[in-house]
Design a protein around this ligand. Structure first.
Ligand SMILES: [Zn+2]
Length: 483
């Protein structure tokens, strides 16, 4: 009999604070006890967790430095040490978190059942935890596909000994009435300009923002038949990401927890949504847990767009983000998530175009055996996480991305020459992602070269609308083909 920790190793280093530990008890004694006890040194509490089958998942908060854990099942014990390294405050690429409050909003409350807290301080503490869960998912989702635990970095509150993400309040120039009269895209453009003017967006700064003004109204008490019906009843809402801003409504913030020990129970909360009064954005599950999973998962999806990812056939950049509950808890679920459109992509309005294309040179394709192993690996991940994984090129782009690495300050060193050669003299090109006319990521090519010929890409991927090229220090070049 033994206790196995499956996703982290002893002595592993993290540069973010919340980590999911999942493991299994290899034992024939499951009918004797289904409880595993977990304690964290310096924390006097011992937590009892129910095993699901023989598995468990446990969320922990790491303090700076070494963190020691003891797992006990019957008479067996396992120990684990995880180390938290604090990210330097002068790191180059950071995300800022904003809660947007309208100019005539006195208190910044969000829509929620009256008997539950829904003031500005609650919004901020829920967003902080949400941001930590995003880092947790990002890091682990990269690690389970064979890379290091890497996540985006947030600004941190001065003097916070736990170095948690900082959430700032943006007092918008919009009134509540104006915000509720605007479409998601209009709100994205307006708040994007506000953040830019106030110096919160730039080459080294992106933002994730949630708007307090969101309001779901269903005076006719008509049960929404589709998500579009729900959206039609919701004002001041957005779920859009691209460029430097991922923007969301607060319509489902009432379903979010603000304490780490509430997270797993909340994901599993099967309480039906009161659609007469509150927004149901649960991917047609109609539950509080479903709303939490879908709304937090949607932010990760939109952050994916901000990190240059496009839609894929499955995974987070499709509708796999509904399955965030699958990732954070042990769920035996046989039904798949419903069919729905991922989101309205902003890419077309944000991307830049380059000149005409030409040139010759051969590029090697992926090896068939590698593809076979990748497929096998992905099928295991799908079993563990449902759709909550990065499909296709997503994980490769994130692994090299500047916003998940600390490469220091440097000028972009990748460009398209007049001779239509893609050149990256200092750092080798690692990947070409191929996007179609709907800005759907259809294929990708892993390379290790300083020069690529655009005409070769053109010949191989005739129907491509855009190539995204990324080098080993995350310099990105997007080349668009004229329509
Ligand atoms: Zn999308």
């Amino acid at each position: 009999m033994k206790i196995e920790i499956l996703n982290v190793s002893d002595g592993e280093v993290f540069n973010y604070g919340v980590v999911l530990i999942y493991g299994a008890v290899d034992t024939p004694a499951l009918d004797v006890s289904r409880t595993i006890y977990i304690s964290q040194t310096d924390d006097l509490q011992v937590q009892a967790m129910d095993l699901r089958g023989n598995k468990f998942k446990h969320l922990v908060r790491l303090r700076p430095g070494e963190n020691h854990f003891v797992f006990q099942y019957l008479n067996k014990m396992a120990q684990l040490t995880l180390i938290r390294e604090i990210v330097q405050s002068d790191i180059q690429h950071v995300f800022k978190l904003f809660y947007i409050v309208c100019s005539d909003d006195q208190d910044g409350r969000f829509q929620s059942p009256e008997d539950q807290p829904h003031d500005l301080a609650t919004a901020i503490s829920r967003m902080k935890l949400g941001a930590e869960l995003m880092q947790c998912f990002l890091g682990d989702s990269l690690a389970c596909q064979g890379f290091l635990h890497k996540a985006i970095h947030f600004n941190q509150d001065d003097g916070d000994l736990l170095f948690r993400p900082k959430v700032e309040v943006l007092h918008s120039g919009l009134t509540i009435e104006q915000a509720r009269a605007m479409s998601g895209q209009e709100l994205w453009e307006f708040h994007g300009k506000e953040l830019l003017k106030r110096g919160h967006l730039g080459e080294e700064m992106k933002c994730i923002a949630i708007m307090s003004a969101t309001s779901y109204q269903n005076p006719g008490q008509i049960k929404p038949k589709s998500h579009q019906d729900t959206l039609d009843m919701t004002q001041g809402h957005a779920a859009l990401g691209g460029g430097g801003l991922a923007l969301f409504g607060s319509g489902c913030l009432y379903t979010w927890p603000d304490k780490i020990d509430q997270v797993q129970a909340r994901f599993q909360d099967q309480t039906p949504v009161n659609w007469k009064k509150f927004m149901d954005d649960s991917g047609y599950r109609g539950t509080i847990g479903g709303c939490f999973a879908t709304s937090l998962g949607a932010i990760i999806h939109e952050v994916g767009h901000c990190l240059d990812l496009e839609h894929t056939t499955d995974g987070i950049m499709a509708r796999g983000f509904d399955d965030l509950d699958f990732y954070f808890t042990v769920i035996d679920r046989t039904t798949s998530t419903p069919i729905a459109q991922p989101c309205l992509s902003l890419t077309q309005t944000l991307s830049n175009s380059h000149g005409p294309l030409s040139g010759p040179e051969k590029i090697s394709g992926k090896d068939l055996i590698d593809q076979y192993h990748l497929k096998l690996h992905l099928s295991k991940i799908k079993k563990l996480f449902g759709g909550a994984f990065w499909s296709g090129s997503g994980v490769l782009i994130l692994n090299h991305h500047k916003w998940l690495n600390d490469y220091g300050k440097s000028q972009s060193s990748i460009f398209l020459s007049k001779e239509n050669q893609i050149q990256s003299p200092k750092w080798p090109i690692q990947l070409v992602d191929v996007r179609d006319h709907n800005f759907f990521s259809t294929s990708y090519l892993e390379v290790d070269a300083h020069t690529l010929n655009l005409a070769d890409l053109d010949r191989t991927y005739g129907s491509a609308r855009q190539f995204l090229v990324i080098n080993s220090i995350g310099d990105v070049l997007k080349i668009e083909k004229p329509t």
